[in-house]
Write a protein that binds this ligand. Structure first.
Ligand code: FEO
Length: 167
């Protein structure tokens, strides 16, 4: 694998682990305001992002590269409302989509079609993530200050069971 590709994939391992860390901070926030369903949903996000990071980690090794360990940035830890937290997730996922697009640009630039094929999985995953979070944001906006609506959504989100995607 070309060094430029390896370096770019390494950066993404760090970005995915940061996402996991950010979502863990959100899980803790939801615990602190007793929205245990939202907290459980966030735990699924934490595991999913860790899975993404490990998927790239494994791929770097599979291609004969080496994973470089960098510091994971400190995430935000407080949000002014559940809506603000979910809006943050949506904005964050949109940024991650851009990072994946940049990675594909690198793969095409260095003619690494294997890496391009590997990264296509993430493109599909990002569409799904943005759609899921976008829907929750829309519902929270509709709910507004209606606490019974919020508790209903919280209980629905609490039903999330994370299962590892099939390779
Ligand atoms: Fe790893 Fe939420 O994208």
């Amino acid at each position: 694998m070309k060094k430029k590709m390896e370096k770019a994939l390494n950066k993404q391992v760090n970005a995915e682990l940061y996402s996991s860390y950010l979502y863990l901070a959100m899980e803790s926030y939801f615990q602190s305001i007793s929205l245990s369903g939202c907290a459980k949903w966030m735990r699924g996000q934490v595991q999913e992002e860790m899975f993404h990071g490990m998927k790239i980690y494994d791929y770097v090794h599979e291609r004969g590269g080496r994973v470089q360990f960098q510091a994971i940035a400190k995430p935000e830890t407080q949000w002014e409302s559940p809506l603000a937290a979910f809006e943050h997730i949506l904005a964050h996922e949109e940024k991650v989509t851009e990072l994946i697009n940049d990675l594909i640009d690198v793969a095409l630039e260095v003619r690494d079609h294997a890496a391009k094929a590997f990264l296509d999985w993430f493109i599909v995953e990002q569409v799904e993530e943005e759609a899921t979070v976008g829907e929750i944001v829309d519902r929270l906006r509709l709910i507004g200050n209606d606490s019974s609506g919020l508790f209903l959504l919280d209980s629905e989100l609490g039903k999330r069971v994370f299962t590892l995607p099939v390779k």
